[in-house]
Design a protein around this ligand. Structure first.
Ligand code: SF4
Length: 370
């Protein structure tokens, strides 16, 4: 681990990357799919160093709070404001997403209702056990990393016969989003750094279409500076050799087959459907909802919530464009002016995995190449 942060090793990797980038016909543009990678790249100052080495990094859609459309956030706000004696449990970032109806943080709950910040769905489950007379809804946003824990909590609730627990699932799948970005063709991407924690569950196979059908190299990366640079170097090697693939540059944590038991659990509880993403529209089989067996745990059905649409962003917010990688946060005219971390106008300035917040905190942004 120490070696992956060693400044000398990092400099060597950057030199390797610069040498390889210089041999390509044009400066490569690589998308880091995951917001945690965006954070690591900025926190360690790697994005500008990679730019100096001739590699342009661009952020992708990997922030679950950000891609959850405002329609869902507004439904959650309406639920807690309009239902008495209910707990809406969710992750902290989710409470600050601004919508036309305010945010969960500013919502006035109905009598006896409250918004509770939790760190895991099991905390919400515990509240349902503790207070059987209260409806507890877990508003869970996450990718494949988080989904097995939500599935586990739902299965436990069903096994225990907890009639007062339900889930409003904002659960998203990464590979269909990549497919949508590539199909849209709005941005030329020369390589993908794939998310380490998502890959721990799904493995390497779901990304193979990117190399096979689009000829674009990629590598799964961990979150230390050396991890990310090894992945970038692997992507450039693949490009130079004309052998696009899905390399595993995080072999100390990721097996190529992922975690089959976690995937089985997900499949037992949830089924894919065509879901609406902020900025990306409706993407086939990109979201998960409850399958028949546990359909009774679906909060949208239990409380007659309409969560099907994309919702409406606040005027001027271009978070959807940021998530597609077609603009950088600094290209939004509200960035750092009207939209700030303590007065955000979109989720990308709220979430710790949001590109706007990360760019604001750690970096000066440059305009995207057209
Ligand atoms: Fe939206 Fe704010 Fe980002 Fe602009 S800076 S895209 S308003 S979140």
């Amino acid at each position: 681990m120490k070696e992956l942060r060693n400044p000398k090793a990092v400099r060597t990797l950057l030199r390797d990357i610069g040498e390889r980038a210089g041999r390509l016909p044009r400066p490569p543009r690589i998308m880091e799919v995951c917001g945690t990678h965006t954070m690591a790249l900025f926190r360690h100052g790697l994005t500008p160093l990679l730019a100096e080495a001739g590699v342009e990094m661009v952020s992708g859609p990997g922030c679950p709070v950000c891609i959850t459309p405002n329609g869902m956030h507004e439904a959650a706000i309406g639920l807690v404001a309009g239902t008495e004696g209910l707990t809406l449990a969710t992750f902290g970032d989710m409470t600050r997403v601004p919508t036309r109806a305010g945010s969960l943080q500013t919502a006035v709950p109905a009598r006896g209702s409250r918004v509770r910040i939790v760190y895991s769905p099991l905390e919400a489950l515990e509240e349902a056990r503790r207070e059987p007379g209260r409806q507890v809804v877990f508003f869970g946003a996450g990718f494949e990393t988080t989904i097995p824990a939500v599935a586990f909590a739902a299965r436990r609730a069903a096994a225990e016969g907890l009639a007062n627990f339900s889930v409003l699932p904002a659960l998203w799948l990464i590979p269909p989003a990549l497919k949508a970005i590539l199909a849209a063709g709005e941005i030329a991407v020369d390589g993908f750094v794939y998310p380490g924690h998502v890959s721990a569950i799904i493995g390497a196979e779901p990304y193979e279409f990117v190399a096979r059908d689009h000829g674009i190299p990629g590598a799964i990366a961990g979150f230390e500076p050396g991890d990310i640079l090894l992945a970038v170097r692997s992507i450039l090697d693949q490009a130079l050799e004309g052998r696009p693939a899905v390399a595993n540059a995080y072999a100390r944590a990721i097996r190529r087959e992922g975690n089959p038991a976690a995937r089985e659990l997900m499949a037992e509880v949830f089924e894919p459907f065509d879901a609406a993403w902020r900025g990306l529209g409706i993407i086939p089989a990109s979201g998960l909802r409850f399958g028949k067996a546990l359909a009774g745990l679906d909060a949208a059905t239990r409380f007659a919530l309409d969560v099907s649409g994309p919702g409406v962003d606040l005027p001027g917010c271009r978070c959807g464009d940021v998530l597609r990688g077609i603009i950088r946060p600094g290209d939004c005219r509200l960035f750092g002016r009207k939209c700030l971390p303590d007065s955000p106008l979109g989720p990308c300035m709220v979430s710790y995995e949001g590109a706007c917040l990360i760019h604001y905190k750690y970096g000066r942004t440059r305009r995207a190449r057209p």
